[in-house]
Every structure is written in C-alpha cells, then in structure tokens.
Design a protein around this ligand. Structure first.
Ligand SMILES: [Zn+2]
Length: 126
C-alpha cells in the first residue's frame, strides 16, 4: 500500500494520466464552487488510467458532513469496481485531503494533489 501526496513536485504532473485526472478534478471543483459548495474536486482513475469515480463537495446539497469530494469519488469508484479496496487506483484531488479523506484513501490508492499555489509544501510519501 502506498499513499503519495504530491505538493510542489512537477514530476508527477508530467504523467498524462495525472494531468488529465487533475484537470477533471479542477472542473469538479469549479462546479462545486458554482453551486455554493467549498470548491474541491476529486477523481479516481484505475491502473489503466480510466476514470472510475468523480466527486465534488456536496455537504451543503446533501446535509451530509462526510460528503467531501474525495469520499464521493471513492464511493463511486468502489461501486464501479465492486471492490472497496481500489488497489492500484489513483485519487486526484485539488486540495490536501483532510484526515477523514486521507484515511479513506490510504489503502491501495495513490493520491495526487495539485501543487499548492503558495509553493511552500513538499512531497511526502506515507
Ligand atoms: Zn475530506
């Protein structure tokens, strides 16, 4: 199991599948912001690079405090695969995951986070 959180590390963004997933996550973040949610988006891709889960913050719309973008995307991916473990999958998210989301994605899923605009963060591997 490896969870990789990348901040201010452009090597990972050079991977075409990461770039595509992060762009899709940004689209979801914009849509969340347009609908009055905190603008965070997330996408789960399988090992072949196919999108299997998409999410955006939905706490206001659902009145569910766990409806973070990452959790929404992870639920969709688990349902699509028929397996909650999500082995070999990548979670692309527009913001460093909170502890709940980090824990939820920690098993078998690699996490790619957009670089922090402030450029003060660094890459970490857990
Ligand atoms: Zn979260």
């Amino acid at each position: 199991m490896q969870t990789l959180r990348v901040r201010d590390d452009h090597r990972v963004q050079d991977r075409p599948e990461d770039v595509a997933a992060l762009r899709r996550a940004l689209d979801e973040a914009r849509a969340a912001g347009d609908s009055g949610e905190v603008p965070i988006g997330a996408v789960v891709v399988d090992a072949s690079g196919t999108v299997i889960g998409v999410g955006r913050n939905e706490r206001e719309a659902t009145n569910d405090p766990t409806s973070h973008a990452e959790v929404v995307a992870l639920r969709a991916a688990g349902a699509a695969l028929g397996d909650w473990r999500l082995e070999g999958c990548t979670l692309a998210v527009t913001l460093e995951p909170c502890p709940m989301c980090a824990w939820s994605s920690a098993r078998g899923t690699r996490t790619t986070v957009l670089p922090d605009p402030c450029g003060t963060c660094c890459a970490t591997a857990v």
